[in-house]
Design a protein around this ligand. Structure first.
Ligand SMILES: *Cc1c(COP(=O)(O)O)cnc(C)c1O
Length: 222
């Protein structure tokens, strides 16, 4: 890419509604480059590997107002570490993991913000609740009082046309409305984490409140 990181950030920021939170997905991006994005105004960074995040966070310790977002599949043996390193977990993808995080968060005295990852269409390559499973698990999720459940996260399957991607995002929006109308006082549905480099405009059109952008900011990962 010929433009600088700060130029790319400025351009994308300007193209987003001010209320949409831009999460810079910095997986495989070295700490110095994260520092440049920080200098250009980014305060939200997304990572998908615990070990990699731990070492970069240590290098960036002086940037104390970064909010770190975990966006990858979380194995239950890394749940505790995830709670120590991240303020947000977008990828809570099953009830057992939610309950384990809830228990650990209570022990650690933290109140993590989480999104529930949902699969609107079946996708063997992704984890997440199906719509019917998620609706069935709501009462149990509502008991996870130490988690601050803020909304839904989704990733459309690969290979869809734009109209189909838009429809996945709109269904996610509608599902959030439906969940909101159930009687689960501790489940909030104010956040929709959806949209990556290739489809974030469609996600914003459908009501995304957080977009997770990597390639378009940092270039191709190797
Ligand atoms: C890698 C990743 C992103 C960013 O993808 P880009 O296409 O590089 O913008 C967003 N969300 C998740 C869950 C990811 O794993």
């Amino acid at each position: 890419m010929t433009s600088s990181i700060s130029e790319r950030i400025a351009k994308i920021r300007a193209s987003l509604p001010p209320s949409v939170r831009l999460i810079a997905v910095s997986k495989q991006v070295p700490a110095e480059v994260i520092r440049s994005a920080y200098a250009a105004g980014i305060r939200d960074f997304g990572e998908n590997r615990i070990q990699e995040a731990a070492s970069k966070q240590a290098e960036l310790h002086d940037l104390s107002d970064i909010t770190w977002h975990f966006i990858g599949h979380l194995q239950s043996n890394k749940a505790k570490k995830a709670l120590e390193l991240f303020q947000w977990i977008h990828s809570v993808d099953n009830l057992k993991l939610a309950q384990r995080l809830n228990q650990l968060a209570q022990e650690l005295g933290v109140h993590p913000q989480v999104c529930l990852q949902v699969k609107i269409l079946p996708d063997p390559n992704k984890s997440g609740w199906s719509v019917s499973e998620l609706l069935g698990d709501l009462p149990a999720l509502d008991q996870c009082k130490t988690l601050q459940i803020q909304g839904l996260m989704t990733i459309p399957p690969l290979g869809l046309k734009d109209t189909e991607i838009l429809s996945v995002f709109k269904s996610t929006y509608n599902l959030a409305q439906e969940i909101q109308s159930q009687n689960c006082p501790d489940i909030k549905m104010q956040q929709l984490s959806m949209g990556m480099s290739g489809d974030y405009q469609l996600a914003v059109q459908a009501g995304a409140t957080m977009v997770r952008l990597g390639t378009i900011l940092f270039g191709d990962r190797t």
